[in-house]
Design a protein around this ligand. Sequence first.
Ligand code: AMP
Length: 223
Amino acid sequence: MIPGIRLVLLGKQGAGKGTQCVRLARHYVVSHISTGDMFRAALRTGSDWGRQIRAYLDEGELVPDEITLGMVADRLAHHDTQSRGFILDGFPRTFPQAEGLTKILEPHGLDMAIDLHISTDEALTRLAGRRVCSTCGGIYNVRKPPRYDWTCDNCGGEVVQRDDDTDDAIRRRLSLYESDTAPLLEYYGDLGLLVTVDALGDADAVADRLVEAIDRHREPSTP
Ligand code: AMP
């Protein structure tokens, strides 16, 4: 039996995956691996690699599967994820990525995949109002801003709108979700790993719902 938890959090952009992954990672003491955060960190280094992927992020396009899978495979080889597990956020987003992940994790596989579910209208509203800390990545919303003048409550960084939270890029990302990522729900459903959790409501209520769903799924079934 592998300790910790090995989890994929699926859901439309704006469902609150980032916010909830931070909470779940603390609750289960596992690493939160966000491919979006990893790509944004690469952009900030100004490396050649960062420059190559900038165009994809700015347009809301998906970074090619080979690049994304290679980056995730490296990260999953680290000691923390090998020993305690992980929560994957924003990955997999395509069928080849899901199959690649299954291969990387052989022979153990995932514990479960969660669909954090919201409607497209709610996702559009949330994304248009989303603001993030440019230093620590903390997530806010115009409806729930930081306490002081767009200064991050956690680290004092500047809270701004993400470069790819423009109207066009948001629509493109949501359309890619429908065409490329939504089919993964069936993939994980067929593997008996999928659990759907309603993403509506405040962050605490959603977090409670997630923990309950995860613990229920992990409980050994009684004979
Ligand atoms: P996110 O923060 O998850 O919304 O991701 C921001 C951007 O990073 C996306 O719009 C893509 O350009 C890129 N990205 C993140 N995760 C992936 C992935 N699994 N596959 C391809 N591109 C990704």
